[in-house]
Write a protein of this length. Sequence first.
Length: 441
Amino acid sequence: MEVSFYDLSGKSIPAELLQRTESDLSFFSEKVTPIIEAVRTNGDAALIDFAKKFDKVEVDTFSVKAQESEFEAAFARLDPEVIETIRYSVENVRAFHQAQKPEEMWLKEMKPGAFAGDRHVPIEAVACYVPRGKGSFPSVLIMTAVPAVVAGVPKPIVITPPGPDGTVDDATLVAARLVGIEDVYKCGGAQGVAAVAFGTESVPKCLKIVGPGSPWVVAAKQQLTHLLDPGVPAGPSESVILADETVDGRLAALDLLIESEHGPDSSAYLVTNSKAVADAAIEALSGYWQKITPQRAEFSQAVLCGNHGGVVLTDSFDKAIEFVNQYAPEHLEILAKEPMAVMPRITNAGEILLGNYTPISIGNFVLGPNAVLPTNSNAKTAGPLSVFDYMKRISVGYVTQAGYSELAKNANRFAHYEGFSGHALAVSELRDEILKGEHDG
């Protein structure tokens, strides 16, 4: 298979290069509607049916909620070194989000005797979605659940597809307990989204869902936004490796593998102003595919040799940066002589990873910042999943007697101008008389 190559020298950036697999969800939207309705109507029974149909669960008896015995078995089976790595990741991710967490409340004196500010309150019930279709992702559990616990969400839960044996991946269960999550439910895809939107006999109704998912998950979230906050718009994985002429093309190719191996619905580009870098990267990829597992090589080839990935050559580094900002990638790596100098020119990216020693792998698993990032160009207006996504702000105001008169006078004028006589009356002399009477009394 040949790596897709796009020479944009002297050309404008074609719109089709900016498209993702989730850009058109019409096919998935039609398919998820009956799934959602089945869960709404039949609850757990529908989840069990869909687990057998979509997740290929082969056991007759199937518990939607993971049992305590399953957690114990997961800890017993999992390699202790893997458990230690999960602890390491949790520690770094927790430290990052604890530093990010805002103070519970702030107040500022706007005018003498008049105070205003914000109070931060955790959302009561949030579902963390952990995909499984093309692998198991305890790292996603860490990224979604740690900030929920740090934020103080009273009822954080995890939903994830079951395996054919009707159980959850061992590392995912271990990660849940190490993070502090008690409740894990075996339902994924559109049916999992519907379960937390409506609630079932086993799965509690939630107010919000966070985490990446397939186009099926994205389409279900879109249909259920009237019941469920869909969180950061995170769909299939995508990345851009931005490389200048000083970069070893073999290194750029190595990092091009990272997101392209997620699945054929991913997107991944190397963008460079150097033909030598582009040629070296393309040449290196065939050898790299021989070094990874056949399934991951197949996924990577489908992306990098298809319509949503490959190598993009520009006639200047300025043009390469323009491509990045138009594409607004989920993950961006800057491989350049001076990556810190390039970073201020990037306006649209879910995350920016700088230099030869910061591959996406480190960001995805252990560095600390959240790896659940906006996809499908949503990085133009949205940012990474954060502790703020599990909290809501409540405005706070407090005006003392000393500060009241000036504010009331100006509020009264605004009210009269906008035609709200009730507003005006509430800050009129009538209020002064009532309060004076209470004071005199």
